[in-house]
Design a protein. Sequence first.
Length: 258
Amino acid sequence: MPEYQENSIVQKIDRLAETLYRLTLRAPLIAAAARPGQFVMATCGPTLDPLLRRPFSIHRCSGPETIQLLIRVIGRGTELLARCRPGESVSLIGPLGRGFRLPAPTTPVCLVGGGIGIAPLLFWADRLDAPERCAVLLGSRTGEELTELTAAFSQLGCRVETATDDGSLGHHGLVIDLLIPHLTTVSKVYACGPHPMLAAVAAACRSARVPCEVSLEAHMACGLGACLGCTVPGADGRYLHVCKNGPVMAAEEVAWNR
């Protein structure tokens, strides 16, 4: 699939929660080629500090020429991106990696997102043929972080359930608790989030014999397979590279306990 290096222009930035931002960028080449589950590597400012680009899932293609990124401020690089203003330029490389595999039309599916791992699932839900047959399960630390995201999935026609660590919205507990009842009715599960959550989702789906695809999160320096910094152990004993073999993989390809 084509990859581009594009100087995107910031169109809009929205603060969704205390440390959560949505960045809308004009990037026509990447927007035209992007598929749900793919990502971009973004510079974090106009100088070489920070030196390395940061990986971000494509949150949504919000028009024929624009993409959205969901950014959680956790360090200097993401803080600089959160400070961007309309008209400024952000260099992107993308779309990168392997995305989700589209299910058969009208197939009942379940999307499970935890924290910033919710990011690629909105793009995915937007491309489904039957969003009304899609159950979306969202987990986060607080309800504030889910308010805008829950509304976005609901507007597509998806059925949304939430879980929060502090009990401020929906189920007080883990998002995996919400998944178990759905495994008797859905034909496939798609998940993205922190490793422990994905391991729990993979185990539950394996036990219920429900196919599952996971989008893995990993630190990476290049996003192109050169730095070898985003390796994860594979079930066959080899190592997989999240940037090239993923970020989306079948759950059974990953050795979750290694």
